[in-house]
Design a protein around this ligand. Structure first.
Ligand code: SF4
Length: 62
C-alpha cells in the first residue's frame, strides 16, 4: 500500500499525522505528506483510517 497527499486539498488539520505518525508528517509548507514509500504492514490499518477520515479527502491510496 502506498499513500499520497494532494497538497492542494490538504487543509493542515493534522488528523492523519495524529492517526498514523509513522506514515505522515508535515512538509516544509505545513501540509501533510507521506514519509514512507511503502506503508509498513503493521501500520496499514492506521493509514487506511487516515485515508477514510481526512476531511477533504486529500489522501489518495495507490
Ligand atoms: S487529514 Fe487530510 S487535511 Fe488533515 S492534515 Fe492530513 S491530509 Fe491534510
Amino acid at each position: 500500500m502506498k499513500v499520497y497527499v494532494d497538497p492542494d486539498l490538504c487543509i493542515s488539520c493534522g488528523l492523519c499525522i495524529d492517526t498514523a505518525p509513522e506514515v505522515f508528517d508535515w512538509d516544509e509548507n505545513q501540509k501533510a505528506h507521506a514519509i514512507v514509500d511503502e506503508v509498513p504492514s503493521d501500520v496499514e490499518g492506521d493509514a487506511k483510517e487516515a485515508v477514510e477520515n481526512c476531511p477533504t479527502e486529500a489522501i489518495k491510496e495507490e
